[in-house]
Ligand binder design. Structure first.
Ligand code: GLU
Length: 329
């Protein structure tokens, strides 16, 4: 990969982490677990920490939720150097809803490679082509709208109706995740050709996240392991755009006592309820013990953990069930 397109802070090689919440409601313990670990890793390396608001979905996103996220991070002592609703910093704006031009430019560059095509399949069409063993929630596109010839495909009319779908080659994408180790993903078997702009004109997460992380100079991506396989899709886009890729660290997902991933329905683990019951130091202490950064779950500040933070402590598992005892009282 080359870095000839980068004209961003990445050139200065400042380590930069980021937290990229979707402002669709109040954060829960899982969200702040990601925020804390990402912040600690950035601070430990002397790097900056960016807050990017992922509000691509206009139906679910609200600026008031973004402000609430900022207030919660502030309260926890997790400060950011760039970004947020104030759009402060050299790569502004930091709200995805204001970054159309960057995504459009990237889309044109990818389109010019002759590896995209318009797709009119609906989700139902795609589901109907799934073999039963593939119905684990992942959708593998079978190529219904893909042109018959091999790429480069003939230039499609840029106004063609439908989504813009990106061809994926059969080669394996390999990378080393900082928690889960070496990963080999064949995109054709993992997801097939995937959408980078939806039929309704909305930008797909996979495209936006790469464009933003690259242009914001992000050098490490820390997030939940539900996005581990997405990293391969994103690395493919990095290679197409010629951007240097960040390091990836995927974290275990925090689950409730029924073993389900935390969601907005787990009200007891929402920041509204957690802030009512505990101090910021108490919550940080509990998160530190879940991350195995500390052995006990006593109160501590986020700052006090910077020195002892160590990636090798983070459990290399897909989920961690909350020990209810540490949230009592
Ligand atoms: N906006 C995504 C989320 O809230 C995070 C994506 C990422 O960190 O790459 O789940």
């Amino acid at each position: 990969m080359t870095d000839h397109h980068i004209d961003t802070t990445a050139e200065t090689h400042v380590p930069a982490g980021r937290f990229a919440p979707s402002p669709s409601g109040r954060m829960h313990l899982g969200n702040i677990f990601t925020a804390l670990i990402s912040w600690l890793s950035a601070r430990k390396s002397g790097g900056k920490w960016i807050l990017r608001i992922e509000d691509l979905d206009p139906q679910r996103s609200k600026t008031e939720y973004a402000r609430q996220i900022e207030d919660d991070l502030d309260w926890l002592g997790l400060d950011w150097d760039e970004g947020g609703t104030e759009n402060k910093g050299p790569a502004a704006p930091y709200m995805q809803s204001q970054r159309d031009d960057f995504y459009a430019e990237a889309l044109e560059r990818i389109r010019s490679l002759g590896i995209t095509y318009p797709c009119r399949c609906t989700r139902a069409d795609i589901m109907a082509t799934q073999a039963p063993h593939e119905s684990d929630g992942r959708i593998i596109y079978s190529g219904t709208c893909r042109p018959a010839e091999r790429p480069p495909f003939p230039a499609a009319d840029t106004n063609a109706v439908g989504a813009v779908r990106l061809y994926v080659p059969g080669d394996e994408i390999t990378f080393t995740d900082g928690v889960f180790g070496r990963q080999c993903v064949a995109l054709d078997r993992h997801c097939g050709d995937f959408v980078i702009r939806r039929a309704d004109g909305a930008w797909a997460y996979q495209l936006a996240v790469v464009v933003d992380d690259a242009l914001m100079g992000v050098t490490e991506v820390v997030r939940g392991c539900d996005l581990l396989l997405s990293a391969a899709q994103q690395l493919y886009i990095y290679s197409l755009l010629g951007y240097p890729a960040p390091a990836y660290y995927h974290l275990p997902l925090i689950c409730n006592s029924r073993g389900q991933r935390l969601s907005k329905r787990d009200e007891a683990m929402s920041m509204a309820e957690l802030r009512r019951r505990f101090t910021a130091e108490e919550i940080i202490g509990k998160l530190a013990s879940i991350a195995r950064i500390t052995n006990d779950c006593g109160p501590c500040s986020a700052k006090s953990l910077i020195e002892i933070f160590d990636w090798s402590a983070i459990p290399r598992q897909h989920s961690v069930v909350i020990d209810q005892n540490i949230f009592e009282g």
